[in-house]
Ligand binder design. Sequence first.
Ligand SMILES: [Cu+2]
Length: 532
Amino acid sequence: MRRLPLVLVLAVALALTAGHAYSQQASTGAIAGVVLGPDGAQLPGVTVAVVRPDGTVVRVVSGDHGSYRVSNLPPGVFEVRPDLTGFVGQAAHAEVTAGRVTPLDLPMGLAGLAEEVNVIGSTPRGSVEAPRLSESGARDVGVALSGIAGVWKVRRAGIASDVVLRGYQGENLNVLIDGARLYGACPNNMDHTSFHVDFAEVDRVDVARGPFDMKNQGGLGGAINIVTRRSAPGFHASPRLGVGSFGFVNPSATVSLGNERVAVLAGYSYRASDPYTDGGGREFTELANYKASVSGRKAFEVNTAWGRVDFSPAASHAVQLQYTWQDAGLVLYPYLQMDALYDRASRVNLGYDKQSGVGPLQALRSQAYYTKVSHWMTDEFRVSSAPATARGYSMGTMARTETYGGKIEAALRKGIAGIEVYRRGWETTTELMMRKYQPQYSIPDVALTSFGFYGEFSQPVSDALQIDLGGRVDSVDSEADPSKAATLLYRAYHGTQETSVTDTYPSGKARLAWRALPQLTISGGIGRTVRV
Ligand SMILES: [Cu+2]
């Protein structure tokens, strides 16, 4: 396996959430702050109601980074209430003084059956909500995210884009789905994690930049967590139809039903598109080495089905079980030498949370997951396969990966402590006509077994200053199947025929955040993280 050297990154972030400073006025004041979700994400689109002492109400809506501001308020005490479907927020009180801005952040919890598991550690982050994702015109989550400052993409095909964060991509970035690790199987990275989730499944995506996430091993460039939709009490149905240029169609439907104790959700989505064309109207298949027989084929075709149960067996206990199945048919990758004939993924995620008021322990959270991808690619639609008469392709690769893992985490008053364990198996077999289709084990049944423990701690130093500290230690066993590995070749480069190794690495971070003004936070931090 490839291993990267330890990475040390110094990051200084300046976050400006408002364009102009508050101008001093003699007779009125203002209230301003940020609306925060249960895991610290900044929530846009929240209606914030400010109730005057006489009962009249002023309403504003929070902006992109969750910031809100209500100006021209006479001096006095006001009640402030945040409101967003799916979330609950408590009313807070703020005292307005003439000529000043009163800072007031508004934390919100989930209205569902239980609190959401806090997937990414305490780092500055942004969120993209589902409406913005689906209205972005993107065909997959990777493209939709590239609208966020600092996030870029590498387009793989008509679909299946790679996410790039701070210059890191692929395995140097943690892209999680509800905290679960789902790795693509393709050795050419045709099926990035974000390819395996459908828009209609997604509630929002959290993006945290930099090596500051101590909860998940391996986020050199940062952490992206794709949060899927939860079932909610009552009956909800959301049929949706997306259409776009190049024959893109995306019908989907989600239905959920439940009460405060138990709720179920099910969804289905279909996405397909023709190859896109250049300015001259030529399809991309005409510009790469495709055979004429590819004409009329779709550029991609993906079916996704998912279901979820949220269950609260008793007050302060919550269980979630999710299953997603995705089947992609032919996906054309014009800039590579092969196309994916199929890519099938399944994902199971089980969570159990218990709220506790005992001593310093506030909650105990646990998660277990299993993800699996199988991927078959050949050159049968390319001119390179023309001499291949026996099988129709001159090269083909079968790739499989499966990952299972879990976490147990204790939420304490001022921080968290937890254990993360996962095991990923990955094997790919390549068959070449010129080698008489003898299987070559290009990834010789490699398994990574990772065990890590971590902790994060936050402490306000003063009203405006907060310090975040965190650390983790990982021990990872990497192992290849010696009967499949080309150990002689490996020895020529590395001087050893060993097929297994154990690595133990520490990670850590320290951050200081200073709230200089209600809408200006300056933060600086140093973080070091490792991936195997
Ligand atoms: Cu592939």
